[in-house]
Write a protein that binds this ligand. Structure first.
Ligand code: CU
Length: 444
């Protein structure tokens, strides 16, 4: 994983030190000294999640499998993890003479232990760098879910300040490529543990857990992944008397960018690289339409992403494929990624609004290169830890089956050229849920 900059570039505990920003600057030198002291007592660690499917003939070296198999743990609904691999895969008594392991690594290790020293707070920078698996993570101490504060998702600060931090003890749902940064506050954990917090060490863990589809049926919305512990977290000497230390984070200026003042959309005189004209400029209230679809019901599953450049002001009825117009389907449906095909061509120097439908029967997560976006409306959300306030910018966003989201995204002259937008589940994007956008230079 590559990281740029420093967590304290956009996060603080009580106030921002000199030169860091102006959301909440430290006022006195004492404040600044205390802030520096608190930061020195805050560990910042990465949690890099990467799963691997490997196999070998008995006695041969391990190698990764050629074809990824969601059922690699077996056909149980929720196979259990044991020691970071599927339960039972540690026994090498397979009928076909091939040993298999599905490794759920954390920082390259199986079930590593991290210790949070006494008198220390903790920031975890979590990333799902796997290709396909979606993680739903929980922090647990035995049966108790531990609370944490979400600082950022996908590198963008979640709207909050020291008084109104986004506290959660729930699901950390990370689709492929998703990142979350969370803050573990010893006081907050102690408040949750109550009498158990008597100054002795707490054995906590990071667990992959089940997750709920919007309709409550776990099998209805996505592939099912193995569940169980993937990391031990030893919190030393947790003591009730330790104070709360909520953290803050600075909202990115991307959002301010999405709300231009005194600016009218402008057309470009440039021509798209396939010779066509760029899409019409969107007027107030208008949007373009994108849809994820898993192909026709009576055919083999395919992975398709369709884009309609036509400005519209009413969402189309996309609940079932039959309701799509036949001409639009014929013109737009694809079954594999084609990097030569241009799906969307627009002029830069505009804020675009897109409505993205998931008309398939499983989750997809929307991702676009070059620019973050804000989600301004969502039809139904499900059980996802995502701040959907329009003040938060996103890099990828999960869309439940049957749902749609409305996003706003600014394309400046800094991002002209061709790039892609896609579902970030590797199998899906490779098989066609990926489209090419061209942004044409426009004005100055
Ligand atoms: Cu997908």
């Amino acid at each position: 994983m590559i990281t740029i900059g420093d967590i304290w570039d956009y996060t603080w505990l009580q106030c921002q030190l000199s030169g860091e920003g102006d959301d909440n600057p430290c006022v006195t030198s004492e404040d600044a000294e205390e802030e520096a002291r608190q930061r020195s007592r805050t560990n910042v660690d990465f949690i890099v999640l990467k799963d691997l499917q490997v196999e070998r003939s008995v006695g041969e070296p391990w190698h990764t499998v050629q074809w990824y198999d969601p059922g690699y743990c077996g056909e149980e609904e929720y196979p259990m993890l044991e020691g970071g691999t599927c339960k039972g895969q540690n026994d090498d008594n397979n009928d076909d003479g091939i040993e298999r392991k599905w490794l759920f690594t954390v920082n390259g290790e199986l079930v590593p232990t991290i210790t949070i020293p006494n008198d220390t707070a903790q920031i975890f920078r979590i990333a799902n760098v796997g290709a396909t698996v979606t993680y739903n993570l929980e922090l647990r101490a035995g049966d108790v879910l531990l609370p944490f504060q979400i600082l950022t998702n996908d590198g963008s600060a979640v709207g909050q300040d020291a008084d109104s931090g986004f506290i959660s003890d729930g699901d950390l749902v990370l689709f492929p490529s998703a990142r979350l940064e969370i803050y573990l506050d010893r006081g907050l954990i102690c408040a949750t543990l109550g009498n158990a917090c008597d100054g002795s060490d707490i054995s906590a863990s990071l667990e992959v857990t089940k997750w709920e589809c919007p309709d409550g049926d776990p099998k209805s919305c996505a592939d099912l992944w193995p569940i169980g512990k993937i990391m031990n977290i030893n919190i030393e000497g947790l003591d009730m008397s330790e104070p709360l230390q909520p953290a803050g984070a600075e909202l990115s200026d991307v959002i301010a960018d999405l709300n231009p003042v005194d600016e009218s959309p402008t057309a470009s005189s440039a021509i798209c690289s396939d010779g066509s004209l760029p899409g019409a400029v969107l007027n107030d209230g208008e949007f373009r339409t994108i849809a994820f679809w898993n192909g026709e019901i009576d055919k083999e599953e395919s992975f398709t992403m369709m884009t309609d450049m036509t400005p519209r002001s009413e969402p189309q009825a996309f609940d079932v494929p039959e309701e799509m117009t036949q001409e639009w389907l014929t013109a737009n449906r694809f079954d594999e990624f084609n990097h030569d095909r241009l799906d969307l061509c627009i002029a830069a120097n505009n804020v675009e609004t897109w409505v993205i439908h998931n008309i398939s029967d499983e989750f997809h997560n929307f991702h676009v290169h070059q620019s973050k976006f804000s989600v301004v409306e969502i039809s139904k959300h499900g059980d996802l830890t995502r701040d959907t306030s329009p003040n938060v910018s996103h890099d990828n966003f999960p869309i439940p089956p049957g749902a749609w989201i409305k996003i706003k995204i600014r394309f400046s002259n800094d991002v002209v050229g061709k790039f892609v937008y896609h579902c970030h589940i590797l199998e899906h994007e490779d098989k066609g849920m990926m489209s090419v956008i061209e942004v044409l230079p426009n004005g100055d």
